[in-house]
Design a protein around this ligand. Sequence first.
Ligand code: ADP
Ligand code: MG
Length: 388
Amino acid sequence: MSASTPRSAATPAAVEPWRDPAAQPFVRIEGVTKTFGKVYACDDISLDVYRGEFFALLGGSGSGKSTLLRVLAGFESPDRGRVLIDGVDVTDLPPYQRPVNMMFQSYALFPHMSVAQNIAFGLKHSSGADRLGAGEIRDRVQAMLELVRMPQLGNRRPDQLSGGQRQRVALARALAKQPKLLLLDEPLGALDKKLREHTQFELVSIQERVGTTFIMVTHDQEEAMTMSSRIAVMDAGRIVQVSTPAVLYEYPSTRFVAEFIGGINLLDGRVLGHEESNLRIQCDEVGGELLARHPDPLPEGTAVGIAVRPEKIDVHETRPEGMDNVVVGKVRDIAYLGDVSIYHVQTEAGAIVRVQETHVARSSEPHYDWDDTLWLSWDAASAVVLTS
Ligand code: ADP
Ligand code: MG
């Protein structure tokens, strides 16, 4: 995992409207289904997004993220279901009548126009009540250039800009008409890794300053975790789980989410019984019993997955006493990643358990070696029981 703190961890509850049962959603998606031939691109999706959120739709390729975004923008009309924005049913409205703008992965800047002309384009071509005079357009363009920290570059052409600058111009153009909702489809997809990380923070900072509700599509879980207030994980046209980055990471509701978000160990077992708030589970892969936090009893014999993050596991050279879960194995693989090392520890019964060692001192190296025997332990509360 990246060292960045998920935004929600630092966000006070007062600005977390999804925790407030009385809060009205700003975007409401109700039972939206969109098929292409036999493919259910969106399969009965319902979702609420609140005003001012930076919301992410996260999923693998083909999971239906872009289709859902296009339904919100009005570029696709759903077979079934409704879309409400700010209390208004927009399901049958064309894109230009929705208070929405969309930023695409290919920024599609006009190559023959200057940066300022690109940003002004949508303002000049609007009609009706939101039509601005020439002076107002100039002021708005300058404000947008300042917002994306390019106040001096209005006269450049797109081919005189770096990739990161082009991305910012596209953002400025998308925000110029002051949409209530901005949709971003893989907005950082065209940037290389280093620039992408920098731009993630910049995009979050711009969103906080303008306060516009953002819904972003990404297939990159670290990007979603770094940037978003909440994430909807999508798989095969459905939403599997919606939560804050921290809850998705700590309490995945399915194997799919557990494996999609960060590194995790998934062990198979069968329920033996319930003790206080824990399930006792027979796990043949580690040759013994495990304890995992689960307030509700499950019937004896139920097949479950036990999910444990590599950084929640402690490593010992001798058998530790008094621990909820103890597993022994031999080091089969070591990956040195600079800040941490990951060991693959194989139990006699065959399971490979990944554990993480954090390097705090300068130039500390992996502490253990291939074929070392290690005792692993973790708390029942650090394990998540998965039934689907
Ligand atoms: P994602 O953005 O998550 O990669 P998409 O929403 O683009 O996924 O696509 C979801 C599914 O719908 C895929 O199987 C894709 O092939 C299909 N699909 C999307 N758009 C169309 C289209 N215009 N015509 C036919 N099939 C489409
Ligand atoms: Mg897509």
